[in-house]
Design a protein around this ligand. Structure first.
Ligand code: SF4
Length: 756
C-alpha cells in the first residue's frame, strides 16, 4: 500500500473510550498476528511479575496485578513484536531500497520480523545478508578509522533495557565520545530540565496509589486514552474515590471524558458492556494550541487574588516558608501579567479559568499529569515550571495524593537516562563510572538529537548507530534528517522490524536484528524503569523469531570488544554471558541500585529513591524553587493558523499498527488535517477536500500536500495532523529553549485547497 492510496472513512468520534472495542481490537491483533496459543500465553505473561514488561509506554504496573494486566495498545505492541510474519534475504532480494521507500510506514512495519543481519553496500540497490562477525568488524573498522570518536553518533530509543543501555554508554564513552542522543531529547527533555532545576529530580513524584488518595487530577497536554491507556483505570479509580478531574487539551479526546473499563477484575465484571461508563473530566478546557502557560498563569493569578483576600486560605504558607524559595519573584511576575494576554494566549474565557481555579482551591491534594502537549513547545521548560509553581503554592508535592506526573511515552526511556544514556553526565555518574572501570570519560558534552542531525548534515558526524527506534520518522524536519542519514558513511540500526530509517541509508547501511523483549534470551532477564521509578525484571517466553537474532547486550558487547580491543580491559564477554555481572556494575555506579540483583528478583521489583516524594528537594538551593518567567504564547499573523501534531489510536510513537484512529472517527488513512468547520468555511473548504499545509521559517517555507481536510471539534484557528506525516513542517532549528526538544506541538501554518 503506497503512501497515497488511502480510502479515508470519517465518522463521529465515539462517546466513550476502551470498552468492548478495546477487547475485540486487542484480540484481533493478538490472535491475528500471533496465533491462538502464543497469543494466550503472551496475554497471561504481559506485565505480570517476572513476566514480559510491555514494550509500549512506561505506565507502571499495580502492586496487585490482574490476569489481563494490559491495555489494547499493550496488546498491539506485543502482537507487533511477536508476529509470525518474517522477512529475510528473499524479501530484500525482491525489494530494492527505492521500492521500499515508496511504501507507507504501516506497510513497512507490517512486513514482519527481521530474521538476519543485512547490509546495503556502497552503490548497492538491495540489502543483502551478512554474517554477524562481518557486520561487527565492518562497524568496528569504520569506527576506528574515524579521525575522532566525535564523528560517530550513538542513538538510543526507549525500548532498550537497563542492562543493554548501561553497557552501550560504557562502550561509547570508552570509545571516546558523549554523543549519546536519545528519544528523550525529543519528548520529555523539557521535563527533565525544568524539574531538575525546580525540585531537584527530573521525574514523577507520585505512585499509582496516590490516584486513590487525591482530591483532583489535572491532565494537561496529554492524551492518555491512546498514549498510556491503563492510566484511564487510575483516573476512574480516583473518580470513584471522590476526586475531580480537569482536562486541559485543545482536543476533546474521548479518553479524557469517558471510560468503560474492559478489565472485569477492576470491579464490575459487566463493566466491559459499557452499561455504566466512568465519567472522567468534570471540566475540559479546550485551550488554544500553545496556551498552557497562559492557563497556568491565569490559575495562579486567581489563587493569589483569593489568598490576598484571605491569607492562608489558599496557599500552604508553612510549606512555602519551610521548603521553597522564589515566592516573591513569582508574585511579581504574575502581577505583571495582564489578563488580556492570558485570555488571548489561552483562548479561554476568564470564567473557564476561574472554574478550574475553584476546583484547585477546593482540592487539599492534587496531581498534575502531562506529556508532549506541554514538552514540545518553545517555552516548554518555563511552562512545566509553572505547573510546579502551582503545586508549590499549595504544598501539593511530597504528601499522599499530591504531586507531579510527567507520563513517559516509551517503556524504558526513563531507565535509559538513569543508566547514563545522555549527551551529558552528572558529576556523580561520571566519578562512579571512572572509578568502576578505571578510565577517563570524555570531557566535552556530546550532541543531542537535533545537534546530531546537524552534524550529520554538515559532515562533522560520519557514522550513525541506533539502538532501536525509527530516527528519521521520530525526528522533525524529515527532509533534513533524511539527508543527514544519507550523508553518513555508515548507518546502523539494531531493530526488530523494518522501518523508514532502515530505508534511508548512509553510503553503507546495516540492519542488525535483535531479540524482542517477549523472546527468550537464554537464562537471562533484563530490567526496566517505569514512569513512577519502579524498576522490575522482564523475561521473555517465546522462542526467538529466528536463530540469527542476538540480544541487545550481545550486540553491544561484541561491538565493544571488536572496536576497543586492548584499549578496554572490560570483560565484555563475561557481561554478555551473565547479566547479573552487569547489574553488579550498575549497583556500583548508579545511585539507588543497592542490592540490585537481589531486589530486582523480588516479584514486582523495587522503587528508586525519590527525595521530592519525601519532601526533600535536592536542588542547588536545597529547596524547591519557584521559577518566574514571562508569559509566552504563539502570535499568529492573519490568514495563518496553529498546528499541533498528534498520534492516532493505532500508533505507538512512530510504529503504525493500523489505519484506524477510532477515538477520532478516522479510518483507512493518516494524511488528514483536523480543522474547525468555521475555519474551513472561511477558506472555502468542505470535509474531504484535499489541502496543502505550509509552514513559514527564516530559512523558507515547508509543505505537506494533498492531505484531506476533516471538520473537527478544535478551537478556532487551531489544526492538527498526525506525526510523522506532519514532521516535514517543523525545521531542525525550531526547538524548546534550554531543552532542545523539537516544537512539534505548535507550528504556525496556512491551509489552502491543494494544488495537486
Ligand atoms: S498502559 Fe502502556 S505499559 Fe500499560 S499495557 Fe498499555 S501500552 Fe503497555
Amino acid at each position: 500500500m503506497s503512501k497515497r492510496d488511502e480510502k479515508l472513512k470519517v465518522t463521529p468520534p465515539p462517546e466513550t473510550s476502551a470498552g468492548i472495542h478495546a477487547v475485540t481490537n486487542a484480540l484481533r491483533h493478538l490472535y491475528g498476528k500471533m496465533g491462538p496459543i502464543r497469543a494466550t500465553r503472551g496475554m497471561l505473561r504481559l506485565n505480570q511479575k517476572g513476566g514480559i514488561d510491555c514494550q509500549s509506554c512506561a505506565w507502571p504496573d499495580p502492586e496487585h496485578r490482574t490476569i489481563n494486566e494490559f491495555c489494547e495498545n499493550g496488546a498491539k505492541a506485543l502482537a507487533d513484536e511477536a508476529t509470525k510474519q518474517r522477512i529475510g534475504r528473499e524479501f530484500f532480494a525482491g525489494h530494492s531500497v527505492e521500492e521500499l521507500a515508496a511504501q507507507s510506514d504501516f506497510w513497512l512495519n507490517s512486513q514482519g520480523r527481521l530474521t538476519e543481519p543485512m547490509v546495503l553496500r556502497e552503490g548497492g540497490t538491495h540489502y543483502e545478508p551478512i554474517a554477524w562477525e562481518d557486520a561487527i568488524s565492518l562497524i568496528a573498522g569504520k569506527l576506528n578509522s574515524l579521525a575522532s570518536p566525535d564523528e560517530a553518533v550513538f542513538y538510543t530509543s526507549g525500548r532498550t533495557s537497563n542492562e543493554a543501555a548501561f553497557l552501550y554508554q560504557l562502550f561509547v564513552r570508552q570509545f571516546g565520545t558523549n554523543n549519546l542522543p536519545d528519544c528523550s531529547n525529543m519528548c520529555h527533555e523539557s521535563t527533565s530540565v525544568a524539574l531538575a532545576e525546580s525540585i531537584g529530580l527530573g521525574k514523577a513524584t507520585i505512585r499509582l496509589e496516590d490516584f486513590e488518595r487525591t482530591d483532583l487530577v489535572i491532565v494537561i497536554g496529554q492524551n492518555p486514552g491512546t498514549n498510556a491507556p491503563r492510566m484511564l483505570a487510575s483516573l476512574a479509580a480516583a473518580k470513584k474515590a471522590g476526586a475531580k478531574m480537569i482536562a486541559i487539551n485543545p482536543l476533546p479526546e474521548v479518553g479524557l471524558t469517558s471510560f468503560v473499563d474492559p478489565n472485569p477484575q477492576h470491579g464490575n465484571p459487566l463493566s466491559v458492556l459499557g452499561l455504566r461508563p466512568s465519567k472522567l473530566a468534570d471540566l475540559h478546557l479546550p485551550v488554544r494550541i500553545g496556551g498552557d502557560m497562559a492557563v497556568l498563569k491565569g490559575l495562579m493569578k486567581i489563587m493569589f487574588e483569593r489568598e490576598r483576600a484571605e491569607p492562608g486560605s489558599v496557599f500552604d504558607r508553612d510549606f512555602i516558608s519551610q521548603n521553597t524559595a522564589g515566592y516573591a519573584e513569582l508574585e511579581a511576575e504574575l502581577d505583571a501579567t495582564e489578563w488580556a494576554a492570558i485570555l488571548e494566549g489561552s483562548g479561554l474565557t476568564r470564567g473557564e479559568i476561574e472554574e478550574a481555579a475553584e476546583m484547585i482551591i477546593a482540592a487539599r491534594s492534587f496531581i498534575t499529569c502531562w506529556a508532549m502537549g506541554v514538552t514540545q513547545h518553545t517555552a516548554a521548560v518555563a511552562t512545566i515550571q509553572d505547573i510546579v509553581n502551582l503545586h508549590l503554592l499549595r504544598g501539593a508535592i511530597g504528601r499522599p495524593g499530591a504531586g507531579l506526573c510527567p507520563v513517559r511515552g516509551h517503556s524504558n526511556v526513563q531507565g535509559d537516562r538513569t543508566m547514563g544514556i545522555w549527551e551529558k553526565m552528572t558529576p556523580v555518574f561520571r566519578e562512579n563510572l571512572e572509578r568502576e572501570f578505571a578510565f577517563r570519560t570524555p570531557e566535552l558534552d556530546g550532541l543531542n538529537t537535533v545537534e546530531s542531525i546537524a552534524a550529520m548534515l554538515d559532515g562533522r558526524a560520519k557514522v550513525f548507530f541506533a539502538m532501536g527506534g525509527n530516527f528519521v520518522a521520530a525526528s522533525p524536519d524529515t527532509a533534513a534528517v533524511s539527508a543527514a542519514l544519507q550523508n553518513c558513511d555508515l548507518t546502523v540500526q539494531v531493530i526488530t522490524k523494518l522501518n523508514r530509517t532502515a530505508i534511508t541509508p548512509g553510503k553503507v547501511s546495516l540492519i542488525l536484528p535483535c531479540l524482542g523483549r517477549s523472546e527468550i534470551d537464554g537464562e537471562q532477564f533484563v530490567s526496566t524503569e517505569s514512569t513512577m521509578l519502579n524498576v522490575q525484571m522482564s523475561k521473555g517466553i517465546f522462542e526467538p523469531a529466528s536463530e540469527h537474532l542476538r540480544s541487545e547486550v550481545w550486540i553491544v558487547c561484541g561491538l565493544a570488544a571488536a572496536t576497543l580491543g586492548a584499549r578496554s580491559d572490560v570483560d565484555w564477554h563475561a557481561f554478555a554471558a551473565d547479566y547479573d555481572k552487569i547489574r553488579d556494575a550498575i549497583e556500583r555506579v548508579v545511585p539507588g541500585f543497592e542490592n540490585y540483583n537481589e531486589r530486582v528478583r523480588v516479584p514486582g521489583g523495587f522503587y528508586l529513591p525519590n527525595p521530592p516524594r519525601e519532601g526533600v528537594f535536592p536542588t542547588q538551593a536545597g529547596k524547591a524553587l519557584f521559577k518566574a518567567a514571562p508569559l509566552e504564547y504563539a502570535k499568529v499573523p492573519a490568514g495563518r493558523m496553529l498546528m499541533t501534531t498528534i498520534r492516532s489510536h493505532d500508533q505507538f510513537n512512530t510504529t503504525i499498527y493500523g489505519l484506524d484512529d477510532r477515538y477520532r472517527g478516522i479510518d483507512g488513512g493518516r494524511r488528514v488535517v483536523f480543522m474547525h468547520p468555521d475555519d474551513m468555511a472561511e477558506l472555502g473548504l468542505a470535509g474531504g477536500d484535499r489541502v496543502d499545509v505550509t509552514s513559514y521559517w527564516a530559512d523558507g517555507e515547508r509543505h505537506i500536500r494533498g492531505f484531506e481536510a476533516v471538520p473537527y471539534k478544535i478551537p478556532r484557528g487551531c489544526t492538527a495532523a498526525y506525526f510523522p506525516e506532519a514532521n516535514p513542517l517543523i525545521p531542525l532549528g525550531s526547538v524548546a529553549r534550554r531543552s532542545f526538544t523539537p516544537t512539534s506541538k505548535c507550528v504556525v501554518v496556512s491551509v489552502a485547497a491543494s494544488e495537486e
